[in-house]
Design a protein around this ligand. Structure first.
Ligand SMILES: [Zn+2]
Ligand SMILES: [Zn+2]
Length: 116
């Protein structure tokens, strides 16, 4: 079993795309840092690799905080930053939900009584 695992990992590294290392983040264009990650297999015939992993100091290191977006107050689902909107109370909503809510509020408003 472990022989198969090792050859799988060998194969994995053999098939890594042979691209020139990226120097700039594809998201924000910052200079990337390279952190060496050491991968290894244990047991007889175990191997070690030092693999430089590109890390964007802006995007990757702050990913945890950047990912935190409060859920939409209308539907309770996560809001993508790109499509987020804040309503009149400063709460995060989907643009669609905001529009829907405006429409439903307008709909729920009792229409002026007709005097008969
Ligand atoms: Zn970046
Ligand atoms: Zn929503």
């Amino acid at each position: 079993m472990s022989r198969n695992l090792h050859s799988d990992i060998d194969h994995f590294f053999d098939t890594l795309p042979d691209e020139p290392p990226r120097l700039h983040c594809s998201k924000c264009g910052s200079n990337l840092m390279y952190l060496n990650a050491t991968l290894f297999t244990t047991g007889p015939g175990g191997k070690m690799w030092d693999v430089p992993l590109p890390v964007c100091p802006k995007c990757d290191l702050k990913e945890d905080t950047a990912k935190f977006v409060p859920p939409c107050v209308v539907c309770g689902k996560p809001v993508q930053l790109e499509s987020s909107k804040t309503d009149e109370h400063g709460q995060v909503v989907h643009e669609d939900c905001y529009t829907q809510r405006l429409l439903s509020v307008a709909h729920d408003t009792p229409s002026p009584q007709h005097s008969e």
